[in-house]
Design a protein around this ligand. Structure first.
Ligand code: NAP
Length: 277
């Protein structure tokens, strides 16, 4: 594809220096033979500053923006009040990808589908699967609908604060009839037990290096941690019990590839990329 000048993209966050998105998207652009400028954009942690950054970026001709911690909910509010939202963003209550559509700000959430695409690339069977998600924060909320669309048949959400798991299950049911149809259940993290096909750690405990308080009677064939790039006791625990395990770097790449496709129309061959973990 020929281009006269590079298209401009940013990732907005606080902190933002650690973000790998610019390097990931430059790899995508190289593969798609596109010239892009993709920069990290620090933003003070308040909604007004975030909106000012987004408006300045798109008014200046920017094509697409990724949104990371702590702005995914603020981005959702902005699109809900002044623009448009994809179904996945609506159900997730969070936006990680922004662009202009019909001159309006449009928000999508590619995190959950990025996870599903990674699980499928690992050949983990999703159709008919019995799945547990640990955690009831933004990441947990964002992956429920894509997992159910991919064919899982049972979903349990377990969280340290059980009231949050209960509220999340209720909210998801009202947000999506597809989710309501499989009647997800919830419980406290330390009460979760039995055999699952897949257990996904969507808590942020990996940041501390601590282990979750899980029962010995909890087992699975496959264990996935959304965290990556460090020792993960959750994965060691289930690997020692014989499960196949994976950290979440592929999810990061997967959500990025979906954002890139939304913005540029170009599909990325993820197998051809260098693993930059
Ligand atoms: P969040 O909204 O802050 O939610 C954090 C969750 O972790 C809550 O359910 C919280 O439980 C639980 N938690 C925190 N500390 C815990 C502990 N010591 N023991 C047990 N549970 C604990 O965060 P998030 O946005 O959902 O993100 C969760 C994780 O997913 C983060 O590590 C993030 O980096 C990762 N993530 C990865 C990707 C990727 O592309 N790989 C994408 C999105 C997110 P309470 O409700 O009880 O506080």
């Amino acid at each position: 594809m020929s281009q006269s000048s590079p298209q401009h993209f940013i990732v907005i966050g606080n902190p933002i220096a650690h973000s790998k998105s610019p390097e990931i998207h430059q790899q995508f652009a190289k593969q798609a033979q596109l010239q892009i400028c993709y920069n990290r954009q620090y933003c003070p942690d308040d909604a007004a500053s975030f909106i000012a950054v987004v408006e300045a970026f798109f008014n200046g001709g920017g094509v697409g923006a990724n949104v990371t911690v702590p702005f995914k909910q603020v981005a959702y509010q902005l699109c809900a009040e002044r623009g448009q939202l994809s179904t996945h963003a609506q159900v997730a209550g969070a936006v990680n990808t922004l662009m202009l559509k019909e001159s309006q700000i449009y928000g999508d959430n590619t995190d959950g589908q990025g996870l599903v695409n990674h699980l499928l690339s690992l050949d983990w069977p999703l159709k008919g699967a019995k799945v547990a998600i640990l955690g009831a924060g933004g990441a947990s909320r964002g992956v429920a609908l894509p997992l159910i669309e991919a064919g899982i048949k049972q979903l349990t959400i377990a969280n340290r604060t059980v009231e949050k798991a209960q509220a999340l299950v209720q909210q998801l049911g009202t947000a999506s009839p597809i989710i309501d149809a499989i009647q997800p259940t919830y419980c406290a993290l330390e009460q979760l037990e039995g055999d699952f096909d897949i257990i996904i750690n969507a808590t942020s405990i990996g940041l501390s290096g601590d282990m979750l308080p899980l029962k010995d009677s909890l087992n699975c064939h496959y264990a996935y941690d959304m965290m990556y790039g460090r020792e993960l006791p959750f994965l060691t625990h289930f690997s020692d019990k014989g499960a196949e395990v994976s950290p979440g770097y592929g999810m990061l790449i997967g959500q990025a590839a979906l954002s890139f496709k939304l913005w540029t129309g170009a599909s990325v061959d993820l197998n051809a990329l260098n693993e930059a973990q």
